[in-house]
Ligand binder design. Structure first.
Ligand code: SF4
Length: 310
């Protein structure tokens, strides 16, 4: 049976246009993320994320470095959005998130990018850091749907989400891919200026799971569901145990990629406790914990033995 992405049903019924309008209205007093800056983005005002009215894209290409079920054979059709609503001080894409590297583009241009990626055979459209551009991206999806887009949308976000906005994405996004970064509010405040991170993240991820369920994979390629990422920080700064318990509480079939690739970037050198990679022991402790909790889907530990050899 051929896969039909959710947004095509909303497009055919006309509801996608209503969602675009509803989301655009929120830009007048921006509450797209839990910071709720209240700025009028339509009039050019900017809040914490520094994103304006127009989309800004830093790059787009078939990505072969994402999780296997997203990459498949032909890659994940990745579109990197500029700016960020979290701005972690150690961001691994600091130039894009903090320094605003990218190009202003129209929604029609982003729709064409999606169609180009589809023509290259990519298995999905993977929006990286989309939260602060939700209305513009949904409108771009609408334009692309009209022109024949039929790939599932991956919402690859930092996890600091306004649950009311996630509700408006119901029936548009097929694959949610949030980070869950911290369980401690002190740590979230210190590195991302978001003391309510874990609370807002849990609300949003529960809603994502309610909409799409556990990750579903056919012929090695994901087409719907929730894929969670968790980056292990040195000195257990992420508070991984509490995060894994939350993920387990969603479902024992939760798909979670526990990531080892943290390295000091951006301003991390200013913080002694962040200024090194996690050790192999620190990483394996988190993996073992996941296994003890019964979480097995998505663990990449078998492929990572080389990580500490370089
Ligand atoms: S998306 Fe940006 S402007 Fe809107 S509430 Fe979040 S940080 Fe503020």
């Amino acid at each position: 049976m051929e896969f039909k992405p959710s947004y095509l049903r909303l497009y055919e019924s006309g509801e996608l246009d209503e969602r675009v309008e509803e989301l655009y209205n929120i830009l007048e007093s921006c509450e797209l993320c839990p910071r709720k800056c209240g700025v009028n983005r339509l009039e050019g005002e900017k809040g914490f994320c520094e994103a304006g009215k127009k989309l800004m894209v830093s790059s787009y290409f078939p990505h072969f470095g994402e999780e296997d079920p997203l990459v498949g054979i032909h890659g994940s059709g990745t579109i990197f959005l500029t700016h960020c609503n979290l701005k972690c001080i150690y961001c691994q894409n600091y130039e894009i998130s903090h320094l605003g590297v990218g190009e202003l583009v129209s929604e029609e241009r982003v729709a064409r990018m999606m169609l180009e990626l589809q023509a290259l055979g990519c298995h999905n459209i993977n929006f990286v850091t989309p939260t602060h551009y939700t209305p513009q991206l949904v409108r771009a999806i609408r334009v692309a749907a009209e022109k024949g887009l039929k790939l599932p949308i991956v919402w690859n976000c930092g996890g600091y989400e306004n649950v009311e906005i996630i509700k408006l994405l119901h029936g548009i996004v097929d694959i949610y891919m949030p980070d869950i970064k911290y369980s401690s509010s002190e740590v979230a405040k210190k590195y991302s200026d978001a003391p309510d991170y874990f609370e807002r993240c849990k609300e949003a991820v529960k809603e994502m799971h309610r909409q799409v369920g556990d990750l579903k994979i056919r012929n090695g390629v994901a087409y719907r569901g929730l894929l969670i990422r968790h980056l292990v920080l040195p000195n257990n700064l992420a508070g991984s145990e509490e995060i894994l318990k939350f993920i387990r509480s969603l479902s024992k079939n939760s798909y979670v990629n526990i990531m080892a690739q943290y390295r000091p970037e951006g301003e991390a050198f200013k913080y002694k406790e962040l200024n090194r990679r996690p050790t192999r022991d620190e990483f394996m402790k988190v993996i073992e914990l996941a296994k003890e909790l019964g979480l097995t889907r998505g663990l990449q530990d078998k492929h990572l033995f080389w990580r500490w050899l370089i």
